[in-house]
Design a protein around this ligand. Structure first.
Ligand code: NAD
Length: 486
């Protein structure tokens, strides 16, 4: 499949597919083998401006106002159905674009469909309250849409994150402009192409492809944006927040993580091994909620880590489309970034227990495949255990006491997710209570599929919550009305 199968590869603005001319395109490469999939427009400030204005016009249009919550919900249910009908094609496109194993892309497609269903169910249940104040006054609140919502999407889960953005924006009555990551825009364009015939008014959903410093910056700076949702790195998050502050608009920031799995000696070893492994190799470790630090009780460290290393060595690595356990990392640039961490750690004398090398695959020499890697005995304050690597690289640090484990787990600038592994329920809750992060999983792990579970960070992992009912707060604003009748 070539990317050219995505309708003309235009930006989708005001219900039209818009191209930007030959000299303003971005090459889209297949991470599996470096081959060219196609081109998308290199949208910039001009395209963003047209898209935001279209979204603004759509927001105040009679057509959109008349589309009641019930009809918006029907549209969202229909979208879920269309996504499922096109699961194979969407998953194939996601795998070609992002590199992830086909089975993981299929799961992403299912999750995308479920976002549409979940928020369809909520569209006609967004309600206010009546507040008892004083005799002769009726006081009530109304939860209203916020206006034009901008979404800036990262490259690692474009379909999942794009779907949740579109679904909640429509459910809450907002209009939206999405900017997919420059590396992986294909599934978002395909999704919009699939839902286009089903009657959404023009300008309600717009997708502008382009680079972050051009289209992304223009979107976050645009004075007609009423809310901006950003998922990506801390550094870019700071820039987006600065732009939002100039326009005094709210932002939701979902940034990186360095999430720990805390494994106690009294855990169910088999379950812990399986999920600790999966949490670091899924999407080749390029997951914001990856379990990238193993914090393990000293008494079981040796056997547990040896078994984990064997399990890692048995994973198959190859093109995502052939459904290996691990696909390539996104690009040469990502590989070099990951490799720089590995090189520096080696120079610092940290033990590589397994992995740490690129492997070459026949006919895919321009793909960047990395053996999943375990660094053992990592001092908790070493940069390897502090910085987000965004690859299949696990650090192992040990503890003797519960107190030490908690201190280590909380000892980075991030606070996205944590796993706690113990059969002692009291200990599990005691630890969960003290962890500084947005989600804690006890005896399991995995943020990706939890569409109903509020997701977001503490500390530098960001603020605001996506997913679940909690996300409605980002996309609505509250009005209080007081009526005096006496
Ligand atoms: P990134 O910050 O480089 O890019 C994210 C998005 O921002 C892209 O669409 C990019 O084009 C855009 N962008 C870049 N510069 C911009 C600018 N100046 N103004 C506005 N937009 C700009 O991050 P990435 O490399 O795409 O993704 C990897 C990072 O994202 C990791 O740190 C990861 O942890 C994080 N992430 C977080 C979550 C989460 O839910 N917390 C989910 C996925 C990824």
């Amino acid at each position: 499949m070539r990317a050219a199968e995505v309708k003309d590869l235009g930006c989708y603005i005001n219900g039209e597919w818009t191209v930007t001319g030959e000299n303003r395109v971005i090459e889209i490469l297949n991470p599996a083998d470096g081959s060219l999939l196609g081109f998308v427009p290199r949208g910039g400030a001009e395209e963003i401006d047209i898209a935001v204005k279209a979204a603004k016009k759509a927001f105040t249009s009679v057509e959109w106002k008349r589309m009641t919550p019930y009809y918006r919900a029907k549209f969202l249910y229909k979208t879920a159905e269309i996504i499922r009908e096109n699961q194979e094609e969407l998953a194939k496109l996601e795998t070609l674009d992002v590199g992830k194993p086909f089975i993981q892309s299929k799961a992403d497609v299912e999750i995308a469909a479920r976002y549409f269903e979940y928020y369809a169910g909520i569209a006609d249940k967004i309600m206010g309250e009546t507040i008892p104040v004083e005799p002769g006054i009726i006081d009530y609140t109304v939860r209203e849409p916020i206006g034009v919502v901008g979404h800036i999407i990262p490259w690692n889960y474009p379909l999942q994150i794009g779907a949740r953005s579109i679904a909640i924006s429509i459910a809450t009555g907002n209009t939206t402009v999405l900017k997919p990551a420059e590396d992986t825009p294909l599934s978002m364009l395909k999704l919009v192409e699939l839902i286009e015939p089903f009657g959404l008014p023009k300008g309600v959903v717009n997708v502008v492809t382009g680079y972050g410093h051009e289209a992304g910056a223009a979107l976050s700076e645009h004075p007609d944006i009423n809310h901006i949702t950003f998922t990506g790195s801390v550094e870019t998050g700071k820039k987006v927040m600065e732009s939002a502050s100039r326009n005094i608009v709210p932002v939701t920031l979902e940034l990186g993580g360095k999430s720990p799995n805390i494994v106690f000696a009294d855990c169910n070893e088999e379950n812990a091994l399986e999920l600790v492994l999966r949490s670091i190799v899924q999407n080749a470790g390029q997951t914001c909620s990856a379990g990238s630090r193993l914090i393990i009780e000293k008494s079981i460290q040796e056997t547990f880590v040896r078994k984990l290393a064997t399990m890692m060595e048995n994973l198959s690595i190859g093109p995502g489309i052939d459904n290996h356990d691990l696909g390539p990392v996104l690009s040469k640039k990502q590989f070099e970034r990951i490799n720089s961490f590995i090189d520096l750690a080696r120079k610092d004398g940290i033990t590589v227990l397994t992995g740490g090398e690129r492997i070459l695959i026949d006919n895919c020499e321009a793909g960047y495949y990395l053996k999943p890697t375990i660094f053992d005995g990592v001092p908790p304050d070493h940069y390897l255990a502090q910085e987000e690597i965004f690859g299949p690289v696990l650090t192992v640090s040990t503890f003797d006491t519960e107190e030490e484990a908690i201190e280590m787990a909380n000892g980075t600038q991030y606070g996205l997710v944590a796993g706690v592994w113990t059969e002692n329920a009291g200990k599990a809750h005691r630890v969960a209570n003290r962890l500084q992060c947005g989600q804690v999983f006890i005896n399991h792990y995995g943020a990706g599929g939890g569409i109903a579970q509020p997701f977001g960070g503490y500390k530098k992992s960001g603020f605001g919550r996506e997913k679940g009912l909690e996300a409605l707060r980002n996309y609505t604003q509250l009005k209080n009305v007081a009526l005096k009748y006496e």
